[in-house]
Each structure stands twice: as structure tokens, then as C-alpha cells.
Design a protein around this ligand. Structure first.
Ligand SMILES: Nc1ncnc2c1ncn2[C@@H]1O[C@H](COP(=O)(O)OP(=O)(O)OP(=O)(O)O)[C@@H](O)[C@H]1O
Ligand SMILES: [Mg+2]
Length: 401
């Protein structure tokens, strides 16, 4: 073969090969870049659930579950001790919000131990709670706390929050939704977080338990709950919710929100214990803490911690009877109910006694982790909604490329 021809062939083949590799590389990098861009979009949207109770705030993200009292304090209330610069053993954080510029607050699990009772700012009230600045601040601090686990300053959030059932789809619901949707700028321990809530759902609190007990790991809902009728008793700090759902929809005629809760039991026990011991400093939250520690003592100090175990049966029984009586007025015929769930942190306190009083042993389910059951179900819903939104975004991003 002609040498010149062979040389030409090699030269052109080589050029084509280089061109081909170049093209492959360019297409490859475009595909990879597009994929990365889509994945980045995915990583930026977080699913959060927040249940802001009268007693405790419960919040959850993919990183953590948080439980802290629904109580704030100003940073000033900490006081300045000579050793305060060295103190590292605490579980609260310092927050600032655009809602109240220039004022620094503290909030966290051990806030009650660090600040004297008179300086604590409770958010527990039945009156226009959702318009109160303190209530809104608490929501923002919970958002900032969850945001602080993400390594970005600016995050987008799909949020599922929950309210006492009789306030869902009312003015309270509207004003809370208006406040929550949009951008929240909160500084936590000196670091600014920009939390953009792009989607808000507000649900009845007990619906979370129905979801958490009936959704599998793939977030598929058990067919039973989509057709049957269940009554849920949610034993909260300030309220007891009796809610009946058919096919996951609340039936108002078979539901009621009772404005008494575990706090009323604590208050009765505190009064009896004060009378018996003549210790005037006993506060209902000492009783609450004694129930949570399960030692049934009111720990006023290391030296003074009277036991209250002998005082708990009567108020618990009276409470259960009262709830059953009020339930019977809305659910006159229990035969139409397929099953009962006991949930809310108070189920740890009154659960056994209530089950006894209800007399529906075979049809009653005690929620796993009752204080967190509502939150866990709503978190599953937030993930479901976030994934749906992501799928839409990915589709849009992919068609644009
Ligand atoms: N493991 C536990 N042992 C004893 N008590 C508990 C436990 N967990 C929670 N509690 C108590 O149960 C009560 C109800 O807690 P929960 O968090 O359900 O109330 P909440 O949602 O804040 O109140 P509400 O529903 O009225 O707004 C609280 O007083 C809480 O301290
Ligand atoms: Mg609750």
C-alpha cells in the first residue's frame, strides 16, 4: 500500500478519534452537571415537622428529634455569674429573631433549671395563642434549631405543623399559616439562618398518630385506615383531644377538644402536697418532672424532695372519669367505632387507668412513643410532600436542560 495513503489515513483517523472523544466528554459532562444540579436541588429542600404543644415543643427533621418545654426566657434572665464564662454544661441556645429585633432569648431542654420560675415566659394559653409574639418566636426557634443541623445558611423547608383539632381550618389556622409561610431569619448562637418555608400543611394533632401507626417504611398508608373509623384520645399537657376519623377525615360530630389536661392533674397533686408538707415552693412543674423521672418526687432541691406517689391515684381516676363522661356525650354509640388509640405524653401517666375506665381492651392500641407519635406521623407526611415536590422540580429542571 502506498505509504503516503497510510500516513493520511492514520492522521485523519487520529483526528476523528480525538474529535469523537471530545464530543463524548462534552456530552458526558453535560449529563453529569445536569444530574448534579438536580441532586443539589434535592438536597436543599428539607422536610420538617413541628408540634408546638402547650407543654412541650416536639420537632423533627432527618437529622434529629427535639423535645423542649414550650417556655422561653430572655438572655438577661440567666444573670451574670462570675463563673458564667466557664459554664459549658447546659442545653439551651441563644436566639434572635427579626420579629423582635435587639432582644436575645434563650430556649432549650434545660431552660427550667437555668432560669428562676418567675423569669420563665410560658406560651401556654388558650386565648389567641397564634397571634402572640412569644408563640411565633417559639416556632421560629424550633425552625432555627432544626436548620442548625444543615450546613447551609439558606434552606428551603416543607413543613407540616399541627394544631388542636378544633382550630384546624379556622381563623387561627389561617393566621398561623400566613405567618409560617415565607422567609424566617433567625440567629442562633450568633449564626444567622435563613429558613424559607415553601410549603405548609396544618393538620389536626391526633391525625399524626393515625399516620405514624399506619404508614410503613415506604410511607404507604395501611388500607384499613382509609376505610375504617377510629377514635383517638390525645392526652396533652393543657388539652385532651378526643377525635374520631373515618377514612382519615375528622368527623366533628364525634369529636371534642377538652380544655383539661395533665397540667390539671399536676396542679391538684401540687396543692395536696403543699398542704401536707407546708412547703410553699412546690410548683406544678415539679410534679411533672417527678412523673417524667418516674421517681414521683417533687425535687425542690437536693435536700428537699417530698414524694407524691400516694397522692396520684385519686386525681388520675377523677380525670379519666371526666374524660369518659365527656366522650360519651359526643360518641353515644361506640359500636360504630372500629378501634381506639391512646396517644400524647399523658398516655404515659393516665394510659393504664384510662384503658381500665374505657373498658374496650381488645380494640384499644397504645401508641408507640406516645409523646412523639403525632410528630412522627406528620414527619412522614412532610417527607412524602417533599419527595413529591422534588419529583416535580427534577422534572422541570430536566426538561429545561
Ligand atoms: N415519658 C413520660 N413520662 C411521664 N410523663 C410524660 C412522658 N412524656 C411526656 N410526659 C408528659 O405528658 C404531658 C403531655 O405531653 P405532650 O407533649 O403530649 O403535651 P403537649 O402536646 O405539649 O400538650 P397539648 O397537647 O395540650 O398542647 C406533659 O406534661 C409531659 O411532661
Ligand atoms: Mg399535644
Amino acid at each position: 500500500m502506498d505509504i503516503l495513503f497510510v500516513t493520511y489515513l492514520k492522521k485523519y483517523l487520529f483526528r476523528y478519534l480525538i474529535g469523537y472523544i471530545f464530543l463524548l466528554f462534552s456530552f458526558g459532562s453535560i449529563i453529569i452537571k445536569t444530574r448534579l444540579k438536580i441532586e443539589r436541588v434535592a438536597l436543599m429542600i428539607k422536610a420538617f415537622a413541628i408540634d408546638l404543644g402547650n407543654g412541650q415543643v416536639k420537632a423533627r427533621s432527618d437529622k434529629r428529634t427535639l423535645v423542649a418545654p414550650s417556655i422561653l426566657a430572655t438572655e438577661k434572665a440567666l444573670g451574670v455569674g462570675s463563673l458564667s464564662d466557664f459554664e459549658t454544661d447546659h442545653d439551651y441556645n441563644v436566639y434572635e429573631s427579626k420579629l423582635n429585633i435587639g432582644k436575645r432569648y434563650i430556649w432549650g431542654t434545660d431552660i427550667k433549671e437555668k432560669v428562676s420560675h418567675s423569669d420563665l415566659i410560658p406560651t401556654y394559653t388558650h386565648h389567641k395563642r397564634y397571634d402572640s409574639v412569644n408563640y411565633k418566636l417559639l416556632f421560629e426557634f424550633a425552625l432555627a434549631e432544626l436548620a442548625s443541623d444543615c450546613n447551609r445558611k439558606h434552606i428551603e423547608v416543607v413543613l407540616v405543623a399541627s394544631l388542636p383539632s378544633d382550630e384546624v381550618r379556622t381563623e387561627a389556622d389561617d393566621s398561623l399559616k400566613t405567618f409560617l409561610k415565607g422567609t424566617h431569619v433567625v440567629t442562633r448562637n450568633g449564626k444567622e439562618h435563613v429558613i424559607e418555608v415553601i410549603d405548609v400543611t396544618i393538620n389536626e394533632q391526633p391525625l399524626g398518630t393515625l399516620l405514624s401507626e399506619n404508614m410503613n417504611e415506604k410511607n404507604q398508608i395501611n388500607k384499613n385506615v382509609q376505610t375504617k373509623t377510629y377514635t383517638i384520645f390525645d392526652f396533652g399537657a393543657g388539652t385532651t383531644i378526643v377525635d374520631t376519623y373515618r377514612a382519615l377525615k375528622r368527623i366533628p360530630e364525634l369529636s371534642t377538644v377538652i380544655r383539661t389536661g395533665q397540667n390539671d392533674i399536676y396542679k391538684q397533686i401540687a396543692t395536696s402536697l403543699k398542704n401536707q408538707t407546708n412547703i410553699s415552693d412546690i410548683h406544678y412543674s415539679h410534679i411533672e418532672d417527678g412523673f417524667r423521672r418516674e421517681d414521683h418526687t417533687a425535687r425542690i432541691s437536693d435536700r428537699v424532695h417530698p414524694g407524691f406517689g400516694h397522692l396520684i391515684n385519686d386525681p388520675i381516676e377523677a380525670f379519666c372519669e371526666d374524660i369518659i363522661t365527656k366522650t360519651n356525650t359526643v360518641i353515644a354509640n361506640r359500636d360504630i367505632i372500629d378501634g381506639f388509640y391512646l396517644t400524647g405524653g399523658g398516655a404515659n401517666i393516665v394510659g393504664d387507668a384510662f384503658k381500665e375506665a374505657l373498658q374496650e381492651h381488645d380494640a384499644t392500641v397504645e401508641a408507640e412513643e406516645p409523646q412523639l407519635a403525632n410528630l412522627n406521623g406528620h414527619y412522614k407526611l412532610a417527607v412524602l410532600k417533599r419527595d413529591h415536590l422534588l419529583a416535580l422540580r427534577k422534572e422541570t429542571a430536566a426538561t429545561k436542560e
